[in-house]
Design a protein around this ligand. Structure first.
Ligand code: CTP
Length: 401
């Protein structure tokens, strides 16, 4: 799929550098040619010999090397590439890129290039969440640089959180997507995620425990396969995935309006935990305690976004996928929900408190299609998302649902 594409891989100084060796192997397998720059830090973790053996090309490191400049100068290095990939991108390397510094070969090439750049950050969780790194990240995004990852998980420094470099397969998918090479390239996708908040008065609202993780992961997985993806999200505490258009909303009404504005799409995945009810009237001022008794809270039903999107008509997506959060008789209730809402597939999960699924890192789902129910083994939400996205791609390509 990457036949003839020329990648310039810049390997920064982080322990994740070893994963870049695997990335080179996978890029070569897909027909890409890879040249690598190993920064001084990168060379502390992996050797030029290992990198050169896999790329089959000379590895560049030094800016002021006469032999390197004679063979292929720093400007030529970027000219001879279709895409520059920085993996791992350390906090320091990202800071230098954001500041436009050119104090070694890697940063000089990055400043001299007019080619697209993709970075895969990798660092300690606190370095990642530091205001300076987040500022640099925003700067890089504003400069048009694409970002893949980082992922959340256990880290080499014995800590847990966001900062782990994206896996080689994920970086590869981002590279393919940047060439428009993914199986969903040219297709539009819509994903809803997170809870909604239905205000009662200016300070109080009705909400639920949804974290938005599963929906965000699905949007990211669809974008990785090349889909032009809109994520409509209720209030969630997680950063929007790269390469996804994220529209933030609060209420179910706003979510429906944002979804309708995103149409037409070929696939819609409704993973949001939309509040079923809202307060009939929203007080303009904070409701005060009163000796006269408790305030009456009159509820009205919210619009059903999934059912609305599933309605037959010219704007109906070819494939509409709903979720079913159940606490008993999961498959039976979810199958009934599929019929009631008119969607094509339902991803059903058991959200009973003991499962740790709602708000957790993992999911165990049953995929219910017109052909029946399949139970998928429990896996990280990102893995469930990748499997679902692959299935969607296969179905859209095959023309059936
Ligand atoms: N959904 C929606 N709009 C709503 C309610 C639900 O789009 N107002 C979607 C959810 O995003 C999900 C599916 O409908 O894809 C099922 O949501 P769930 O909460 O499991 O079911 P409900 O329809 O709310 O039914 P119940 O609460 O009775 O189980």
């Amino acid at each position: 799929m990457l036949e003839g594409r020329r990648i310039l891989l810049i390997i920064g100084g982080g322990i994740a550098a070893y994963k870049s060796l695997e990335l080179i192997r996978r890029l070569k397998e897909r027909g890409a040619s890879v040249r690598a720059i190993l920064t001084r830090g990168g060379a502390q973790f992996i050797t030029p010999l290992a990198v050169g053996s896999l790329t089959g090309e000379k590895v560049s490191s030094e800016l002021f090397s006469l032999t390197d400049e004679a063979e292929m100068g720093h400007i030529e290095l970027s000219r001879a590439a279709d895409l520059l990939v920085v993996a791992p991108a350390t906090a320091h390397l990202m800071a230098r890129m954001a500041a436009g510094l050119a104090d070694d070969l890697a940063t000089t090439v990055l400043l001299a290039t007019d080619k697209p750049v993709l970075v895969a950050p990798a660092m300690n969780v606190r370095m990642w969440s530091h205001a300076a790194t987040q500022r640099n990240l925003a700067r890089l995004a504003a400069d048009g640089i694409a970002v893949v990852g980082p992922n959340e998980g256990p880290m080499a420094c014995n800590e847990f959180g966001p900062g782990r470099m994206a896996e080689p397969a994920e970086i590869l998918a981002a590279i393919e997507a940047s060439f428009g090479a993914g199986p969903l390239a040219g297709r539009r996708a819509l994903v809803t995620a997170g809870p909604t908040r239905e205000p009662i008065d200016p300070v109080r609202y009705i909400a639920n425990r949804s974290s938005g993780r599963q929906g965000y992961a699905i949007a990211e997985a669809l974008a990785r396969l090349g889909a032009d993806t809109t994520l409509v999200s209720g209030p969630a505490e997680i950063a929007p995935p790269a390469a996804v258009r994220c529209v933030k909303v609060e209420t179910a009404g706003e979510m429906l309006a944002a979804c309708e504005a995103a149409l037409p799409v070929e696939v819609a995945v409704c993973a949001a935990a939309v509040a079923d009810w809202r307060a009939r009237a929203q007080a303009n001022q904070k409701i005060k305690k009163s000796k006269a008794g408790l305030p009456a809270l009159e509820l009205v039903e919210n619009p059903d976004i999934l059912a609305t999107l599933s309605r037959p008509g010219p704007r109906r997506p070819r494939l509409v996928v709903g979720f079913a959060a159940e606490t008993e008789d999961v498959i039976a209730h979810a199958s009934a929900k599929r019929a009631a809402k008119g969607c094509d597939w339902i991803v059903a999960n058991d959200v009973s408190p003991g499962t740790g699924i709602m708000g957790g890192e993992e999911n165990a789902v049953h995929l219910i299609t017109p052909a029946g129910a399949e139970s998928w083994e429990r896996a990280p939400k990102s893995a469930v998302a990748a499997r679902l996205a692959a299935r969607i791609a296969e179905t859209l390509a095959g023309g059936a649902s």
